[in-house]
Design a protein around this ligand. Structure first.
Ligand SMILES: [Zn+2]
Length: 294
């Protein structure tokens, strides 16, 4: 079953809801970066949440970034998502290995750490991007994003994201959901959703059992009249290109480029998001020096 994300409303428009299946998306990230299981879980949870959050962006070139710096061995987690489902991301250390936690699960919280910040940046093509930042609560990512939405955007939210990894390290199932009661949502409705979230199987189990995003929301929302407004197909995709990397080199300035030319005679740049290697030979650097600012 192909990955997809839905955005829906329920309970007479009092509830906004998102659900996603992201198994192929997360496995593509794993293959690109050689992620070890706990890194697949940490990056996969962040990719899944950001892909759902980005559906709310209005413009097709708007981006939503999530940056998590928790002080744990995985280093930074960086994800950039667009509303059309195109999403990229990386972790500083893809080969982090940790024992399972006390529940026998991948120990995402210890890999990420909880002594740091979670930042969400929305670039809406305006002069200044919007940025909101909160302290990490647990390092489990779902709870941290829920805290960000409540604190920074004054939007109470339940955020559940999960990744199940096969014994061979490939991704078995991944997905998530976000539930947001709007102002005026009846308290019985919120109580009912909380009860249902508590009783639901783990999100990765639901995806592993072939539940579609609609089935996941039905599990959480029960008989509340659900209306699906949008469907988006997520894809791990990097939009880097040679021109963009040339621009990065140009920002170094003339003097620095001349030093590179003299000392190395070439430059090699690697895109963090997709590991594509861009080589610039002597001639390329000489050309760049012509355009660089002194
Ligand atoms: Zn790239």
């Amino acid at each position: 079953m192909k990955d997809y994300i839905i955005r829906a409303t329920a309970a007479n428009g009092n509830i906004r809801a998102f659900a996603a299946t992201t198994t192929y998306l997360v496995d593509a990230a794993r293959k690109t970066h050689g992620l070890y299981p706990v890194a697949s879980a940490a990056l996969g949870r962040t990719l899944t949440a950001a892909a759902m959050m980005a559906i709310d962006l209005k413009g097709k070139d708007d981006t939503l970034s999530v940056v998590i710096k928790g002080g744990g061995p995985i280093g930074n987690i960086v994800v950039v998502s667009k509303s059309n489902g195109k999403i990229k991301g990386y972790v500083d250390n893809p080969r982090v290995e940790l024992p399972l936690n006390s529940l026998g699960k991948l120990d995402v919280a210890s890999a990420v750490g909880n002594q740091g910040k979670l930042t969400v940046i929305k670039d809406l093509g305006l002069k200044e991007p919007y940025a909101g930042q909160v302290d990490l609560v647990t390092g489990e990512i779902g709870e941290d994003l829920a805290y960000y939405m409540a604190y920074s955007e004054q939007q109470p939210s339940a955020v559940t994201v999960g990744v199940l990894v096969n014994p061979d390290g490939s991704v078995k199932a991944a997905g998530g959901f976000i539930i947001q009661p709007l102002p005026g949502a009846p308290v019985e409705v919120i109580d009912e959703i909380e009860r249902r979230i508590y009783q639901a199987p783990a999100i990765s189990t639901m995806v592993d059992n072939d539940m579609k995003p609609e089935d996941i929301l039905k599990q959480i929302l029960g008989p509340m009249d659900m209306k699906v407004n949008d469907t988006v197909y997520p894809e791990f995709f990097c939009d880097c290109n040679r021109e963009r990397l040339e621009a990065v080199l140009l920002t170094l300035g003339k003097k620095e480029l001349e030093t590179i030319l003299k000392e190395d005679g070439q430059a090699e740049l690697v895109c963090h998001y997709c590991n594509t290697v861009y080589n610039f030979d002597e001639e390329d650097i000489k050309q760049l020096i012509k355009y660089a600012r002194s």
